[in-house]
Design a protein around this ligand. Structure first.
Ligand SMILES: *Cc1c(COP(=O)(O)O)cnc(C)c1O
Length: 590
């Protein structure tokens, strides 16, 4: 058996490894004393995220934010960055979606058993919530990169016998419950997380706050005797993912103070809980030196919302190996060895013949079509242009936009056939999102016999991988400026699927019209009314589909393959978490 040194990545035989360490319930092997010492005592970046999506079997994510966090962990492990991640165990997951034939979403708990996937650590820490002690334990997932490199991930859990029944449930549901429940989760994550890292023996150089849920960690750091605001700031990095004011939650003062009183001293409470309440975002801004948005456009919106702060842009990415389908992995391995570790090499994709690209994509498309046939009774055709759309069913994502004119859709389809594949869960409390899913099911019924459309149940990371790779065109129609970055289109690009998207988030940077894909609607700098925007979006959607996309797909197959290749060469080489983590490392962590 060959294993790896988690610090330098060197392959080793366990029997002959010169150094070992037995910690956190595992045995680790090292090629040198320096590696072992670094592993045991070296400082790490602590990456805090309310949701983390590493694999479908650990359902502690709801969408792009969590999947990004998982990709951060994977790229950090590949790049041998010293990181440890912290999240909540969410024993009942986010939500398991069941759909009735009419598209009614039934919300089920997505229960999973941490003991089947993770190692329980013996350490216990306590946080005080209201006037009660809440004991917290941690479950450990060692994420190993295939090329060596290890990122430990701690899943915090309050489901312990010694806790009051209501506190045992604090780490049950991702984004579940009322405001009070959410604030309690933030206390466990931010304050409990810092304590747990210390208890387990991790030495932390920087704290990366991935969205503001964990920002109470700043106040926990501030309580340490030798700390002051400036010192806390130099240790904290804040990545905001939200582009609009209304999305920044404020916890009312009369609710926050009683919950936090036992943990946060009155001077800090007065300074950081405003009269109108506690904003975890403002707290993160105030106490982080490095603050960034997730695309240049998002940085600009954030700058308008938070004038006076220096905000930077680090555009999101996706983990190359995770989001590349098997057919493309083999193809890249053959022509571009080393691509998964150095995705910049994908600029050389022009060396791969069109025929091979088409063939790999056709395989990925068949995998999608077989999947659809297995989980629904719909048989799709691998010779027909396939358009995919999948993401959280949130109103701003506008999943129903393409159905605005059903007659037009029928007419386009008569001239050149296409089929549509949808998926996405609504948050259990999001009535608008649920209504959209029902609406799409109604459109599916109305288009029956004319245009084939399916809606796949219970969207997950596995399904995202199959859909983004198997679609010919990846559709995205968010309402600007709500899509701070978006990442599913980057997954599509890695697999030669072509983006057809509204100019928002990362697509503003990735888009070269007709070269890397196509835009829907006006550019980001045009000031136009909502009605005018919608009119132009629909015009682009339908006319580009009819006069550009469909004819190119069916009649100019070489041109189509060239765009697929550009999608890889000009998007995938850059929009990945390897590039992103190298930037965080050089600009924020060092
Ligand atoms: C990548 C991914 C997302 C993000 O998709 P966007 O289109 O960027 O919102 C959401 N959910 C899952 C399961 C994903 O894999």
């Amino acid at each position: 058996m060959v294993i790896r040194d988690p610090v330098c990545g060197m392959p080793l035989e366990p029997e002959s490894a010169p150094y070992t360490a037995e910690v956190r319930g595992g045995i680790y092997y090292f090629s040198s004393k320096l590696c072992r010492d670094t592993f045991l005592e070296g400082a790490r970046i602590a990456y805090f995220s309310m949701e983390i999506g590493i694999e479908s079997g650990i359902p502690t994510y709801s969408g792009g934010l969590g999947v990004l966090a998982g990709d951060v962990i994977k790229s950090s492990a590949d790049l041998l960055l010293p990181m440890v991640a912290v999240t909540l165990v969410n024993r009942r997951g986010y939500v398991r979606q069941q759909l009735t034939p009419a598209g009614e979403q039934i919300d089920l708990p997505d229960e999973w058993n941490p003991a089947e996937h993770l190692r329980e650590l013996p350490e216990r820490v306590t946080v005080r919530i209201e006037e009660r002690d809440v004991a917290v334990r941690a479950w450990l997932h060692d994420y190993w990169s295939p090329v060596g490199g290890l990122v430990p991930v701690l899943f915090l859990d309050t489901d312990l016998e010694e806790n009051a029944p209501e506190d045992r449930g604090i780490t049950d549901y991702l984004y579940g419950g009322d405001q009070e429940y959410k604030l309690k989760q933030s206390i466990v994550l931010g304050i409990g997380g810092v304590r747990m890292l210390e208890a387990v023996g991790f030495r932390i150089s920087k704290y990366h706050i991935n969205e503001s849920h964990s920002s109470l960690l700043t106040l926990e750091l501030l309580k340490h005797r030798d700390m002051d605001e400036e010192k806390v700031r130099t240790r904290c990095i804040f990545t905001t993912h939200t582009p609009v004011q209304v999305a920044f939650e404020t916890f009312p003062r009369e609710m926050s103070v009683p919950l936090l009183r036992s943990e946060i001293p009155p001077v800090l409470m007065d300074r950081y809980v405003e009269t109108d309440g506690l904003s975890l975002t403002t707290l993160a801004f105030d106490l982080s030196k490095f603050v960034n948005g997730v695309s240049p456009a998002h940085k600009n919106y954030s700058q308008q919302l938070f004038p006076g702060f220096h905000i930077r842009a680090v555009t999101n990415g996706v983990h190359p190996h995770t989001w590349t389908s098997r057919p493309f992995r083999s193809l890249f391995d053959q022509y571009i060895p080393g691509w998964a570790h150095e995705p910049e090499l994908l600029v050389r994709v022009d060396e791969i013949p069109h025929e091979d690209i088409r063939h790999a994509h056709q395989r990925a498309k068949q995998i999608l079509i077989e999947y659809i046939s297995r989980v629904t009774n719909v048989e799709m055709d691998d010779g027909v242009l396939t358009i995919g759309f999948a993401r959280r069913a949130a109103a701003y994502k506008r999943a129903t936009l393409i159905f605005s004119d059903l007659d037009k859709i029928r007419e386009i389809n008569r001239r050149g056939a296409f089929q549509l594949v949808f998926a996405g869960k609504a948050h259990p409390a999001d009535q608008v999102g649920k209504q959209e899913i029902r609406q799409i099911h109604e459109y599916i019924r109305q288009l029956d016999g004319d245009v084939k459309v399916v809606y796949l149940e219970n969207y997950s990371m596995d399904m995202a991988a199959i859909m983004t790779a198997g679609s010919d065109v990846w559709l995205n129609t968010p309402l600007p400026p709500y899509e701070a970055s978006g990442t599913s289109g980057m997954k599509a690009a890695l697999n030669g699927a072509i983006n057809f998207s509204v100019l928002d988030g990362w697509w503003i940077e990735g888009w070269i019209e007709g070269t890397t894909g196509w835009a829907i609607g006006p550019g980001p700098d045009e000031q136009i009314s909502d009605d005018e925007r919608r009119r132009r979006e629909l015009q682009d959607l339908y006319s580009k589909l009819q006069y550009l996309i469909i004819p190119t797909y069916y009649h100019k197959t070489d041109e189509w393959a060239t765009i697929m290749r550009s999608s890889i060469a000009k998007i995938a080489y850059y929009f990945n978490t390897h590039r992103m983590m190298r930037r965080y490392a050089s600009e924020a962590y060092l």
